[in-house]
Design a protein around this ligand. Structure first.
Ligand SMILES: CC(C)(COP(=O)(O)OP(=O)(O)OC[C@H]1O[C@@H](n2cnc3c(N)ncnc32)[C@H](O)[C@@H]1OP(=O)(O)O)[C@@H](O)C(=O)NCCC(=O)NCCS
Length: 386
């Protein structure tokens, strides 16, 4: 028996989403997004250059998302409001034959989405002054994000992220430590600098946890459905607390975090083992456990919750740890996707087989003569998981 056409299409979209990252990631994100209230999933702000130049790509994204039951709220006009109402009407006309949708004001967005329709919400200037008050329009966007309890705000433009002069697209910008550099002479230019300033305003105004990113419609699905993302994530760094000797750490929450992150149960005495220091990010969204080895501090565990993964929490933990510990070594399974990133953080590495798996031993700050001891120590380190 052939399945009904809509089931076939949904399967096709699911398969496509699985193919853009690691197969289990798309499913995990889909489950997370579906667990939200429908109007909280995401707000997509569409630049007018994009509606002019890449409307088709945006329409494909919106159709695919609708196919798996996700209806982002579409806004436009924050940077330039002149044509916002016209663009909204144009998108509605293009979408209407395939996805039920309506052009609505901010107050009607939630009801429209709950009703199963896609909401297109132009950010209009009440006084009709269209160059007028950029701050006020971005503030209206922040107010919409707060009212919907939106989890994500994505700025869609022609470029796949914020790209400094002569640099590559930044994958994460931490406003706390990097805003000044990105707004400086070698930083972002024109509209992108304006956007970064406004994103900082938005994050100041929204009190719930909101992820803000900048990407293009060509990379939107990768940004939404993979841990690595595709585009620039803009955030305020997490707060990292250091617990010397592990004293004061909530052992049960730490254990639960590590088990959930690795998907395996820890050996019974793991949290009772002596630690040199434990770094905890943002209320146990992530943690790093450092133990004392004869040679140097050893990074025994590095973990971030599934929900927070890819949001830069790992980077924050790493920065805090690296500032304290010039000498450090650790090991990671060769197949672990984070091993590629570790490679940029280490001074050197050695691939080796431990038991029946391929591992990579890495170090920072060790003298060449110390490396064999680090490798031998990692090869003999006891298993932490059952
Ligand atoms: C490893 C782990 C702690 C990273 O935490 P995270 O908060 O997701 O990491 P961040 O978002 O801060 O990303 C840090 C960097 O890693 C990259 N990265 C993160 N996840 C990635 C993935 N799945 N594939 C490729 N790169 C990835 C990011 O792009 C970023 O690089 P950049 O700074 O060059 O852009 C987390 O994925 C985790 O808990 N994994 C399971 C447990 C584990 O494997 N721990 C390490 C064992 S040694």
């Amino acid at each position: 028996m052939t399945p009904p056409a809509d089931v076939g299409r949904r399967q096709l979209v699911l398969r496509f989403l699985s193919s853009i990252g690691r197969p289990d990631e798309a499913e995990r994100y889909l489950a997370l997004f579906r667990a939200e209230r429908p109007e909280s999933f995401a707000i997509l702000h569409v630049s007018d250059a994009l509606v002019r130049a890449a409307e088709d790509a945006l329409l494909v994204d919106l159709r695919m998302l609708a196919e798996v039951g996700l209806r982002p709220v579409i806004t436009m006009g924050a940077a330039r409001t002149r044509a916002a109402a016209a663009w909204a009407a144009r998108l509605r006309d293009a979408l209407a034959p395939v996805v039920p949708c309506a052009v609505v004001g901010p107050d009607d967005v939630a009801a429209t989405v709950r009703d199963g329709r896609l909401a297109l919400c132009p950010l209009l200037e009440p006084a009709g002054d269209d160059r007028g008050n950029v701050d006020a329009r971005f503030d209206a966007l922040a107010a919409l994000a707060a009212a919907l309890d939106a989890r994500k705000l994505v700025f869609l433009g022609r470029r796949s992220g914020l790209q400094p002069r002569d640099g590559r697209v930044a994958s994460i910008i931490d406003l706390t430590t990097e805003q000044a550099a990105y707004l400086g002479p070698d930083g972002l230019t024109g509209q992108q600098a304006l956007l970064l300033r406004q994103i900082a305003r938005i994050l100041d105004r929204v009190s719930h946890r909101l992820t803000v990113s900048v990407t293009s419609p060509f990379d939107l699905l990768r940004e939404l459905f993979t841990v690595k993302g595709a585009g620039t994530l803009v955030r305020r760094g997490s707060t990292v607390a250091r617990f010397d000797g592990g004293a004061g750490v909530d052992a049960a929450r730490l254990g639960a975090l590590i088990e959930a992150a690795f998907g395996r149960p820890l050996v019974d005495d793991f949290t009772a083992r002596p630690a040199r220091a434990i770094y905890v990010a943002d209320d146990y969204r992530g943690a790093a456990v450092i133990t004392d080895a004869p040679l140097a501090p050893y990074l025994s565990k590095f973990a971030v919750t599934l929900e927070a993964r890819g949001d830069g929490v790992g980077r924050d933990l790493w920065r805090a740890m690296a500032a304290d510990l010039p000498r450090l070594f650790w090991r990671s399974r060769a197949a672990n996707p984070i091993t590629a990133w570790y490679r940029d953080q280490c001074d050197g590495l050695q691939r080796l087989r431990i038991g029946d798996a391929e591992w990579v031993v890495m170090w920072r700050g060790l003298a060449p003569a110390e490396v064999p001891d680090a490798i031998a120590w990692c090869a003999a380190a006891p298993a932490d998981f059952r």
